[in-house]
Design a protein around this ligand. Structure first.
Ligand SMILES: Nc1nc2c(c(=O)[nH]1)N[C@H]1C(S)=C(S)[C@@H](COP(=O)(O)O)O[C@H]1N2
Ligand SMILES: [Mo]
Length: 346
């Protein structure tokens, strides 16, 4: 039961469709998941005999201890990575995010396997395989009911939350994100008025939305980390590959290895060199989780640098300059490292 809740709330935090639906409840779900996970961990470790019948050393009627050890092990990894995600430095969090997701997946697989092979659904306690007609019918009926219920759950939650809460908290950003800005408010640039200038390349030019939209596109799935500590796992961005785009305009990185990005807010900038661009393959992104970027998150186009902290990903992108020397970005002038790959900042 408790474990089911944890897995469900974990899904709600991880899957973009679910995240959007829990929208106004995001913080509640997050804290339920965290507090619940810790309590559950304590329960397992402290009172495993009472709360967790298949912990090592406990002889359950249906479950052998060797097999049980796996479940116990996975749960410990889940707990440890969850704690790492919560309190660790950002380098730990980057690793913990991946571990937490993988071990959650392992737990689901383990639990399903456990249900199928170990519980007295198909097997009698004596160990022999057994499936009476009545049991088979009952389980088929349960499956037939369960599938639409599980699939309909998000819609149901949406109906309920739509009634109780108005949309649009979090300044219109997707749940989990903190939409920073260094000016007063968010620039609201309609696509018809948006232009992207590119300077410093042989074929320097200014694109409008139509030209931009006709460029070849690519998708990336990343965990979005801010140096201040929040993470949104498993975010899908779509847009134009920066390296390919600049190469097409005749960029010669051996002569001009630096690229600086300018925001339409008039203040925010950031910079990358050719080594970073080759390694991280940044995107000029206009779609997040299959929708246009919200205004608060950089509409119509932002930069997205995978595996680097959020401050590298300039929002409301309007200009790109290629140059011989570095032009330190907004946060870099204020002490943050230029090379902001996960783990570079404590
Ligand atoms: N123009 C602009 N871009 C920006 C920022 C900003 O304040 N202004 N903040 C950066 C920081 S610190 C982070 S963590 C991310 C936040 O992205 P989000 O608004 O999608 O949450 O945007 C980055 N890009
Ligand atoms: Mo950030």
């Amino acid at each position: 039961m408790a474990l089911g809740l944890l897995v469900l709330s974990g899904f709600a935090l991880f899957l973009s469709t679910w995240r959007r639906i829990v929208g106004p409840f995001f913080a509640v779900v997050q804290w339920t998941h965290i507090v619940g996970g810790i309590l559950y961990g304590i329960a397992i470790i402290g009172w495993s005999r009472f709360f967790y019948p298949w912990a090592p050393g406990t002889q359950s009627r249906h479950l052998g201890p060797g097999y049980a050890r796996w479940g116990y092990f996975i749960l410990l990894v889940l707990l440890a990575s969850g704690l790492g995600l919560l309190v660790g430095p950002s380098s730990t969090r980057a690793v913990a995010t991946v571990l937490h997701g993988l071990s959650a997946l392992a737990l689901v697989v383990w639990a399903l396997w456990h249900l199928l092979t170990r519980l007295p659904i198909w097997k009698k306690p004596s160990g022999e395989w057994h499936l009476s007609r009545r049991r088979a019918l009952r389980w088929t009926a349960a499956a037939v009911v369960a599938v639409p219920v599980v699939m309909g759950l998000p819609t149901l939650m949406k109906m309920l939350s739509g009634r109780l809460f108005a949309e649009g908290s979090n300044d219109g950003a997707l749940p989990g994100f903190v939409p920073y800005t260094v000016i007063n408010g968010f620039p609201d640039i309609p696509r018809e008025h948006w232009h992207l200038w590119v300077h410093g390349v042989p074929q320097a030019k200014t694109l409008d939305w139509t030209e931009y939209a006709s460029l070849p596109r690519r998708q990336v799935v990343i965990n979005f980390h801010c140096v201040t500590g929040w993470v949104v796992p498993h975010v899908e961005f779509e847009g134009v590959d920066l390296l390919q785009f600049l190469t097409q305009l005749g960029w010669d990185p051996t002569k001009k290895p630096w690229v600086t990005f300018y925001s339409g807010d008039g203040v925010y900038t950031d910079t990358l060199d050719i080594g970073q661009i080759r390694e991280y393959r940044p995107l000029l992104a206009d779609v997040i989780d299959h929708r246009p970027l919200p205004v608060a998150q950089g509409f119509p186009v932002r930069l997205l640098v995978p595996d680097m902290y959020g401050y590298k990903s300039v929002k409301w992108l309007v200009g790109i300059r290629v140059s011989e020397r570095a032009e330190p970005g907004f946060w870099e002038q204020r002490g943050y490292p230029q090379n902001a790959y996960f783990g570079s900042y404590p």
